[in-house]
Ligand binder design. Structure first.
Ligand code: THG
Length: 798
């Protein structure tokens, strides 16, 4: 372990190339489990490993990518998890003969996590732990978490591994051409989260070729100083004479090598379509590299991340705004909502605060008679669904904090730990395990000290204690606390002085500003004056109300005056242009109930939709109008935003979910005069392919649009597809495949349909399927994603 950890700082490692595509060329048939070959054909697996070692790989990746319980279950192999993964490591070790490190490959479960799917975070973690245990027992040197698309699944994997062992971890997500994962995570967020969780090496594999992966790594290198890893595909797959080909030559694979190493790449290998020839050339090129490696310095601040945005907190940049509004203090309506388990206010405030300039959102749901563990989870999921901001999990209760940590996307801030021994014992292990930042409040068993010196010594105690838990000081923000001005023995200038002193000690600071004015009239005046003093003293993060224009005005002007807004950029972009009143207009326009329904769909307001549909019915709108002029236009808008890359799949699915709820309510109205489905669609993942995430998304969307769907599941033999299609006289046969090797089956199905002159449309789709491929095999329709599929079906059956 230590060998590898030391070496990775000083040398560039070559990793191996593809296993799956090699196995296929050596006789693995579609429908067989590649992982089972570790037991059935160890000779073959070892032979492939040896080819890579011979080609110059310093690290080889085991044949265990799909070796988790969920994936193995597709082949009825779920009782073999331990044996298969253990054999995978042993095969690689045997082939390496000590000449290469063995990295145990760990891929995704193939299921979506809640709330999009039905896999809980805890279950996912357990599944990864089971696999990791087998790896470690068998003597793997490294675990390579790879091809992850969901940031929370990545978290579950790394946290699961860490519960088993301190083994070095490589963390890789898979990015598409738009440089986001399929679930919308950008490179920065992937890197910040993996770094926070303690991955040793951070990077990307699969999905794209060497040019695009270079872009991904470049963006990662700006937010982490960890060594980076890249395993590109040999270009994007093309189909030639019914065979999948990867176009990138070995030379193509090294065209970015020198620049990559300068950026911090320390491991370079290949993914789909790369062969020992590619690895050989990479290895030769690496040997010729200049010895001078990069010297990326320490960041001197801390990165945090939301669903799709990373934010740097440091001394030089402009202060960070934390929105304080998701907090029940003094908000009777919000408290009632929390008691009934709804999240309407949370969604609304998350959106509003982000719109008005909040960078981070505090989430506090503490109130009496509230199930706080459940509500924290719900609130965090709701915030992530509607906002890209990092969150701050604000609760005095450890278990409530943890429930938020399991739900959150990105790298959050825990609010908070104090100088109390018990608090630190509770919170620091969470900070370490979930890889977060944390606020340290300068108070201890005796409360908030009156004098500045004592507050500073508590800050020092917190920082020192954190080290014992392996928590890096950069991840701690100190809050010197303010109490209500005018109260006995309270001098707000103590807080300001403490900020100044903390900054001198090189410590990052945060402050809940509004506390200073509790119980006073015209709180805005006091809050904004205090804020501007705090920023003048060097405050890095301010917890404020972003909807208070007065406070925001003082925020931007204070940042400008204290030299934290170079060239006044932020101030000018905020106040320079006349802000149009479009927004106000949109708000009044949405008074119309059908517009409000459309908005609820766009914003994913699950809680509101049934209420709004009922309201529209009461107002006399016909069910068909509610659908045609309310929900459908909302979904269409979401489709447009998705198409232009402004929003991502989880939001589309959330909106689809809202529409489903709306339809369910409408169905009750229509029960009497039953509606007919638009068309009957049969869905199947073709034989040999066991991937169905994409297919399930398309089905969910189609059902919401009134199509009747028959889902035959995955790995469906062609004759069965034909048989059911005839029996049910379907209008469409929709075929899905993820792998380039199983796409070919689509051609077989099309051929059979033509031969038997079935009267139905054949639609095809899947990761590697293209329009050209669809034309080639004679399919009638191709759609690149769920939204396009729905649109095309709608046109077809108008
Ligand atoms: N430090 C840290 N975290 C904190 C605080 C802090 N979290 C909570 C709090 N202090 C900061 N957040 C708020 C939120 C709301 C108000 C003040 C501070 C507030 N609310 C109004 C009230 O209570 O009257 C209600 C406003 C309304 O009705 O809309 O003032 O110091 N680390």
């Amino acid at each position: 372990m230590d060998n590898f950890r030391k070496a990775i700082r000083k040398k560039v490692f070559v990793m191996d190339g593809a296993m799956g595509t090699m196995l296929q060329s050596m006789g693995l048939s579609p429908g067989e489990s590649p992982e089972e070959f570790n037991l059935r054909r160890p000779d073959l697996i070892q032979r492939i490993h040896r080819l890579y070692v011979k080609a110059g790989a310093d690290i080889i990746d085991t044949n265990t990518f799909g070796g988790n319980r969920i994936k193995l279950k597709d082949f009825g192999l779920e009782s073999m998890v331990y044996d298969i993964n253990s054999a995978g490591v042993k095969n690689a070790k045997k082939a390496a003969e000590g000449r290469a490190f063995v990295a145990a490959s760990m891929g995704p479960t193939g299921k979506l996590l809640e709330p999009l799917g039905d896999l809980s975070f805890e279950e996912a973690k357990k599944i990864f732990m089971e696999q990791a245990k087998a790896f470690v027992d068998a003597g793997a040197d490294i675990i390579a978490v790879e091809t992850m698309m969901d940031i929370r699944e990545l978290k579950a994997a790394i946290i699961g591994i860490r519960e088993i062992s301190d083994i070095p971890v490589l963390s890789m997500m898979t990015f598409n051409e738009d440089l986001r994962t399929s679930l919308g995570t950008p490179p920065e967020v992937a890197a910040v989260v993996a770094d926070g969780l303690g991955a040793d090496v951070v990077g990307a594999n699969c999905g794209v070729g060497p040019d695009k992966i270079f872009e991904v790594i470049k963006r990662m290198s700006k937010v982490t100083v960890k060594p980076l890893i890249s395993q590109a595909n040999a270009g994007m797959p093309e189909l030639l004479d019914g065979k999948t080909c990867y176009p990138a030559t070995p030379e193509d694979m090294i065209s970015f090598l020198v620049d990559s190493v300068a950026m911090g790449i320390r491991i370079i290998g290949g993914c789909c379509g790369t062969t020992p020839d590619h690895i050989k050339l990479i290895s030769e090129a690496v040997k010729k590299l200049p010895l001078q490696l990069d010297n990326r310095g320490k960041p001197g601040g801390v990165w945090i991340a939301g669903r799709s945005k990373a934010i740097f907190i440091d001394r030089e940049s402009s202060p960070v705004i934390v929105g304080e509004r998701i907090n029940p203090t003094g908000k009777e309506k919000f408290i009632n909502e929390l008691r009934s388990g709804h999240t309407l206010y949370v969604r609304e405030q998350a959106q509003k605060q982000e719109e008005k300039g909040a960078h981070v959102l505090d989430v506090n749901i503490s109130a009496s008679l509230v199930d706080e563990k459940e509500m924290m989870e719900k609130a965090i999921l709701a915030v992530n669904a509607v906002s890209s901001c990092p969150v701050m999990i604000d609760s005095p209760n450890r278990d409530v904090v943890e429930s938020g940590l399991k739900a959150v996307d990105g790298k959050p801030i825990i609010n908070s730990v104090t100088g109390e021994k018990q608090k630190m014992e509770e919170i620091f292990p969470l900070v370490k395990k979930y890889g977060t930042a944390v606020i340290g409040l300068t108070l201890d068993e005796r409360g908030i000290p009156a004098n500045v010196k004592k507050r500073l010594s508590i800050a020092e105690l917190i920082l020192k204690e954190a080290e014992k838990y392996g928590v890096n000081g950069e991840n701690i923000l100190i809050d010197p606390l303010s109490l209500t001005a005018g109260a006995r023995d309270v001098n707000p200038m103590d807080t300001i002085e403490a900020i100044r002193a903390l900054k001198k000690m090189g410590i990052n600071t945060i402050l809940g500003v509004s506390n200073v004015s509790f119980g006073m009239p015209k709180r805005s005046f006091i809050n904004s004056a205090f804020l501007s003093m705090a920023i003048g003293a060097g405050l890095d993060v301010a917890i404020i109300n972003p909807l208070d224009e007065f406070v925001m005005g003082l925020f931007y002007s204070s940042a400008l005056l204290s030299g934290k807004d170079r060239g006044g950029q932020n101030y000018i972009s905020r106040f320079g242009a006349e802000i149009s009143n479009n927004q106000q207009k949109a708000e009044t326009e949405s008074k119309n109930t059908l517009d409000r329904i459309k908005n609820a769909v766009i914003k994913g307001n699950e809680d509101e939709i049934v209420f709004l549909v009922e309201k529209a019915l009461k107002e006399g709108h016909k069910p068909v109008d509610i659908s045609q002029s309310g929900m459908i236009p909302g979904l269409e808008e979401i489709g447009r935003q998705f198409g232009s890359g402004r929003i991502f799949l989880p939001q589309v699915m959330l909106s689809a979910e809202v529409v489903k709820k709306g339809f369910e309510r409408l169905k009750k109205e229509l029960e009497a005069n039953k509606t007919q489905s638009i068309a009957k669609v049969l869905f199947a993942t073709v034989e040999g392919d066991v991937h169905d995430i994409g297919k399930n998304i398309v089905i969910a969307m189609l059902e919401n649009f009134g199509f009747e769907v028959i889902d035959l599941g995955k790995n469906v033999p062609s004759d069965r597809i034909l048989k059911i299609a005839k029996e049910e006289s379907v209008d469409v046969i929709a075929l899905s495949a993820l792998m380039t090797t199983t796409m070919i089956k689509m051609k077989e199905v099309v051929g059979m349909i033509k031969k038997q002159s079935l009267k139905c449309v054949v639609a095809v789709g899947g990761a590697a399927v293209t329009e050209e491929f669809a034309d080639d095999i004679g399919a009638d329709m191709y759609a690149k994603d769920a939204v396009e599929a729905v649109n095309k079906f709608k046109v077809l059956f108008k």
